[in-house]
Design a protein around this ligand. Structure first.
Ligand code: SAH
Ligand code: SF4
Length: 396
């Protein structure tokens, strides 16, 4: 497989970020950082010396108890609640449909401002519940095996829309702390968050960071940074910020062991090829044996799944504290690839395992409702790119 686009081809990130404040609408408090919330309350007339306390009170209602109706924030005076209701809203995206798979996976189609839609997936397992959230509507990056990549990017999500996905799942799962209850009174249903839904999170960094800071805040949703994983296709200059500004875990969509193949699968490789990506990962500030970088590797029949690929993979990542997550390709209508056979996936996993790396094979979940990795695509922009264009971009 050879690339048809020259290596220097620019990959542009030409997207709109929706303004937080709609021209004629009130400010949405959901998604503001603590400082942002404080400033908003002061701008609305809260006295400076009360601002810290008010911020803490409102924050706890929103993010610990999941109460977004100002009238129910009962430790605030009636007048203050009325002021909040007259000045602000506290809104999360609206759930349009919820589908539940035979295996318990839940997929929510949610609508955000402007009428656009994104998908959110909840995957319960025996010991955890993982919520897979989106960072953009669609994606600019056209990876040839990814359904989202066939959807034109519409826009970046705001921080409120990103943390809003976590909040609406907690609503649906009835996971909020009831007034008077301790925050550890119930088992955690959303115990992990993965930024592995639609979009490239490092191309919407500030909003992703602000939203994840809210998820980690100890006076709210209070998830440990180690239970949040950001997956990137390899936006090399932004990678280190995942550690320094968010502190969460990192996963990288590696998927190939030569530039020729990776150019065809993950087009961003033409801008930042494997060597550059590996340099960034070797320099990654937080990597250690207890905080390994996850290398995601989609198993595509006869494309990247040979024994030779497995051996090259372990050579390439030598010295990086890593685990390798093998993802059997999830098909979608019109996809130009097939899933590798199970025997092939197991043989590949075995080589990696013998080289000393954990090599779990990700069990496809929610396939019957098109909720598995890489199957997400909203109706916002149903128009598919023509197959020919996908293939040309993939260098097929
Ligand atoms: N944009 C980010 C995160 C979203 S994708 C990224 O690319 O990393 C989450 C993971 O699913 C990525 O590793 C992605 O490469 C993988 N993926 C995409 N399409 C897939 C498919 N059809 N089958 C299996 N995995 C897929
Ligand atoms: Fe975008 Fe990730 Fe899909 Fe590539 S794999 S098109 S980066 S969402």
């Amino acid at each position: 497989m050879t690339a048809t686009v020259p290596v220097s081809a620019p990959i542009t990130q030409d997207v709109l970020t929706f303004p937080r404040k709609l021209p004629d609408g009130p400010i949405n408090l959901i998604g503001l950082t603590r400082d942002g919330l404080r400033e908003a309350l002061i701008a609305a007339g809260t006295a400076e010396k009360q601002a810290k306390m008010r911020t803490g009170q409102v924050w706890q209602w929103l993010y610990q108890k999941g109460i977004r109706d100002f009238a129910r924030m009962t430790n605030l005076s009636k007048d203050y609640r009325a002021m909040l209701a007259a000045t602000f809203v506290a809104e999360v995206p609206e759930v349009v449909t919820k589908q539940v798979s035979a295996d318990g996976t839940r997929k929510y189609l949610v609508r955000i401002a402007g009428g656009h839609e994104v998908e959110v997936v909840y995957i319960p397992t025996v010991d955890r519940g993982t919520l897979c959230i989106s960072s953009q509507v669609g994606c600019t990056l056209t990876c040839s095996f990814c359904h989202t990549g066939t959807q034109k990017l519409v826009r970046n999500l705001t921080a409120g829309e990103i943390i809003g996905q976590v909040m609406l799942a907690r609503d649906d799962l009835d996971e909020w702390t009831a007034p008077g209850e301790g925050s550890d009174a119930k088992p955690r249903l959303v115990s992990n968050i993965v930024l592995m839904g639609m979009g490239e999170p490092l191309y919407n960094f500030d909003n992703v960071r602000d939203a994840m800071k809210i998820a980690m805040d100890p006076e709210g949703i209070s998830l440990s940074r180690r239970r949040i994983t950001l997956s990137t296709s390899g936006v090399v200059p932004e990678i280190a910020k995942t550690a320094t500004e968010i502190g969460c875990m990192l996963a990288v969509s590696f998927h190939a062991t030569t530039d020729a193949v990776r150019d065809g699968l993950v087009p961003i490789n033409k801008k930042w090829p494997i060597a550059d990506l590996l340099d960034a990962l070797r320099a990654y500030p937080k990597a250690s044996n207890s905080e390994r970088i996850t290398f995601e590797y989609v198993m595509l029949k006869d494309v990247n799944d040979s024994d030779e690929d497995a051996r090259r993979l372990v050579q390439l990542i030598k010295g990086i504290p890593a685990k390798i997550n093998l993802i059997p390709f999830n098909e979608w209508p019109g996809a130009p690839y097939e899933r590798s056979d199970w025997a092939r996936i197991e043989a590949f996993a075995d080589i990696i395992y013998k080289a000393g790396y954990a090599s779990p094979i990700r069990t496809p979940r929610g396939e019957d409702i098109m909720a598995a990795c890489g199957q997400l695509k909203s109706t916002t922009e149903r128009q598919r790119k023509p197959r020919k264009q996908i293939e040309a971009e993939a260098g097929l």
